[in-house]
Design a protein around this ligand. Sequence first.
Ligand SMILES: [Zn+2]
Length: 407
Amino acid sequence: MMNNQQKTDNSLLNYDYTVSCISKNEYILSYKEKYYKIGEFVYQILLEGKKANSLEDLVICLGNNAIITVASLKEIIDTKILPVFKSPETALKEQTGGFWMKRQILSSKNTAVLARPISFLFGSLFYPLFLILLFFNVWLYYKTSDSISNSSISQAYEILAWFVSYLSLFIIMFVHELGHAASAIKSGIKPRSIGLGFYTIMPAMYTDLTDIWRLSSNKKVKINLSGIFIQLIINILIVSIINLTDEDLVQSIASKIYFVNSLLIILNLVPFLKFDGYWILSDFFGIPNLIPQSDKMLMDAVTIKDPFDEEDNIKKTPLKQTVLTIYTVLRVLFIATTIFFVFAFIYSSFLKSIILIKYLPYLKLNFATTIEISKRIATIAVIVLFTRKYKKIFFNIILKKARWYKV
Ligand SMILES: [Zn+2]
């Protein structure tokens, strides 16, 4: 019997992707070495979509799982699935917003060579060791906070010390990343590469651990804590140097590196920035997309609920719901505090600049005043740079908000 009916092409056949089910309700799409978390329905479409010759056949294959028309299936594929295949970079771009001069500094092979010798640190004793290191660091801080930062060196040496500690950032961040890589190796994952980029002048490094999705949450948490683990060891080494030397310059440099390293540890643990702490919290409670979910919770609080919202149908356990609520409240406080301090900083810089301009005719040009003038110029430059960069984001938020209220 002839089939005269015109069939709709299954465009999924044009793409070489794979889908896998890693646990109940957890589905992964991998395409061109990138992984995407997908829902069960999209998973079914992609799974059957590899075999069906037309969308009509695909609808029949899906028959047992969902009742759907060819037209609506086509719409889902065209608007939700194909954009991922067509521009796999978009997902990455969003993640690396504001990141510049991003480049690979260590290949997969060399990362493994350098990381393997320290991978023994990330065995079964990791968590007790981590706790010991953490308590030892806090104890050392209270024990030695007097000897830290009481050195008396000239202002020129002071600048030199800050410059050296800025350079030390690169080394600290590098061994931090090696910690992630070594821990990944211990968990049976191959680290791909280590890269470097900059947020304005602030360096930032990352380890490509694309294959981490295959691991259990427990192992993910461990790998994400491993960078900080290394930094806790560095702090102990630095405090030893401070206590062992009498040299003022060395002490001053070591104190500043100690300060920089400790600040990085704290920043890394803040779960409201997309650093290690964010992923640790997200994996520990099994809540993916913590920030988007928290955004949604906020939006739901100020807008009328969309009756066609799919996400509302996914049931969250009471624990997850509580964690998400606390997270959202604290995040609002964190953002509000940050905004307050940013404006306070801009205001005080503005006042200081006004005073400087007022007294400029009476100023004697010496080393100290040159430093003061350079500091003011640098601060204003940073403020202008940030305003230019975040102006767009700021207005986008306002525009988006206006749209919520309209809906
Ligand atoms: Zn890290």
